[in-house]
Design a protein around this ligand. Structure first.
Ligand code: SF4
Length: 197
């Protein structure tokens, strides 16, 4: 597997402070993708033991909530098996940390992937620029869904996603939703946003 970046203390790609792995490789080719450089699975850097240790060093920190796999697309055929192995290793070493995974695939096509048993939250779907909304929470276009994978997989019909959260931040003062600053781009593999530095 190859990757473009590992970002630390990230607040824009899931709950809490997270380490984010931006993998290489995406087949979706969404219009106005902000990171077409991530489409090539041969791009970026080899994900080697040093890169893995960089992630583990972050997960060792008590204030890090977990890891987010983004990209590119972690479910690209070049990545999926390696991502599964890495998720398994992380859950064994860090059972209390959460795993988020962004993909351009739709839940209905991926819910039975074996790696999903390690994932806590999946943000699914391609970035559709006509449905772009910069105030959405954890995603960039309204077709995408922030899915509670554990709850969804406990159902008889696992193809029907149970959402981890609504579309927008809830205002703690009023029951209405409040539109906050953009915290996310497309919410798919690359998030429809530039890879964080
Ligand atoms: S927006 Fe995400 S899923 Fe779509 S082409 Fe770009 S990296 Fe791939």
């Amino acid at each position: 597997m190859r990757y473009h970046n590992i970002t630390k203390d990230d607040m824009k790609n899931g709950d809490g402070l997270r380490v984010v792995l931006w993998v290489a490789g995406c087949l979706h080719r969404c219009r106005e993708c902000q990171n077409p450089c991530t489409w090539d699975p041969e791009g970026g850097l080899l994900f080697d033991d040093n890169a893995k240790q960089e992630i583990f060093d972050q997960l060792d920190k008590s204030y890090i909530s977990g890891i987010t796999f983004s990209g590119g697309d972690p479910l690209h055929p070049a990545n999926r098996a390696y991502v599964e192995d890495l998720c398994k290793e992380i859950k064994e070493k860090y059972p209390d940390k959460t795993i988020w995974l962004y993909t351009g695939d739709s839940w209905e096509g991926i819910y039975d992937y074996s790696l999903m048993k390690y994932v806590d939250v999946c943000v699914d779907g391609e970035f559709i620029v006509e449905k772009k909304d910069v105030t959405l929470m954890w995603k960039g276009s309204s077709n995408q869904r922030v899915i509670d994978v554990k709850k969804t997989l406990r159902q008889d019909d696992k193809s029907k996603p149970i959402l981890h959260c609504g579309d927008y931040y809830a205002n703690p003062i009023t029951p209405d939703f409040v539109q906050e600053e953009n915290i996310s781009g497309c919410g798919c593999g690359c998030g429809g946003k530039e890879i964080a530095q």
